[in-house]
Design a protein around this ligand. Structure first.
Ligand code: SAM
Length: 287
């Protein structure tokens, strides 16, 4: 296991979207006067970059879906504050590559995505503009992907977008993670929980782990990663019935941004008291 970096309580791949205080649903009505019209922009293919960094590259069909996602998000950005990363290369690196890099063990079949003979279930908690959940749904069409966020406008938009993109394996849920984690239809139901730029690591763990099945995994997408964060997370996941199995440090391939992926495995049941009521995980973070 590796850990490095300086203290940084909030890791956000999109510096304008720290998300740590997203307990209050945002009003998604940004003025778009300043947003350039990039709706005809074409994403770079970057096949060699995919191959060299992940040992994987998207098929033509997947590339077309990623392009459709880009165009859909740029269009949605005219009404909703989905992302500030609108330039094609930046979008490719900081949304698409970043979303999929953490999924490398499953892309390369090093880890099984779900239980044999069952549809794998993935949940993206605090999905915002659909990251990392929609790229995951594109590359794992055999999985059912749930996009969860408390901001209704974003979820209405994403439901429409995934329908236009013909991604029948995606569903959206508008809810707080603290509420979903206590509901029968979500608790212990997912093979894989993903969470990027939603808050401090221990808060993310409390949002994710109650919804992961025994033997399933959670992936925390982080920027910098400190020894203090690592120690707090180790204690927190223990309380939640899980263990950190790996911390992977790497850089993004174009701008060399610092990233860490924290892989957590559910090895026991999560006590009923977790997740605690809405707002409590942020106000009184574990451990
Ligand atoms: N994951 C996306 C990404 O990396 O681009 C979006 C990150 S955005 C900064 C944080 C999102 O988390 C917001 O859309 C917010 O509404 C959502 N969020 C924050 N706390 C939440 C909670 N307790 N339950 C559900 N969604 C939450």
């Amino acid at each position: 296991m590796e850990s490095s970096g300086t203290p940084n309580p909030i890791a956000s791949p999109d510096p304008q979207s720290p998300g740590a205080d997203a307990a209050v649903p945002e009003v998604a009505t940004a003025s778009k006067a300043a947003t350039p019209d990039l709706s005809n922009g074409t994403l770079p293919a970057n096949q060699a970059l995919w191959q060299n960094s992940l040992g994987w590259q998207p098929s033509e069909t997947e590339q077309a879906k990623l392009q459709a996602l880009y165009q859909g998000i740029i269009e949605g950005n005219t009404k909703l504050n989905l992302t500030r990363l609108t330039e094609p290369t930046e979008f490719w690196e900081k949304h698409l590559w970043d979303s999929l890099r953490a999924l490398r063990p499953w892309l390369l079949d090093e880890l099984a995505l779900g239980k044999a003979e069952q549809t794998p279930k993935i949940i993206d908690i605090g999905t915002g503009g659909g990251f990392p959940g929609i790229p995951a749904a594109i590359v794992f069409p055999q999985a059912q992907v749930t996009l969860l966020d408390s901001t209704r406008k974003k979820m209405v938009f994403l439901q429409q977008l995934v329908s236009e993109m013909q991604l029948p394996n995606v569903r959206t849920v508008t809810e707080r993670a603290e509420a979903s984690g206590q509901q029968e239809q979500h608790r212990g139901k997912y093979d894989l929980a993903l969470i990027r730029a939603v808050g401090p690591a221990t808060v993310c763990a409390e949002y994710c782990l109650p919804m992961v099945r025994y033997g399933g995994m959670a992936v925390l997408y982080r920027g910098q990663w400190s020894v203090e964060e690592a120690e707090a997370l180790t204690e927190a996941v223990h309380l939640l019935g899980a263990e950190v199995t790996e911390v992977e440090a790497f850089e993004t391939p174009l701008s060399q941004g610092t990233r860490h992926c924290i892989y957590i495995k559910k090895i026991a049941g999560t006590p009923d008291m977790f997740p605690r009521p809405v707002g409590v995980p942020v106000q009184s973070p574990l451990p």
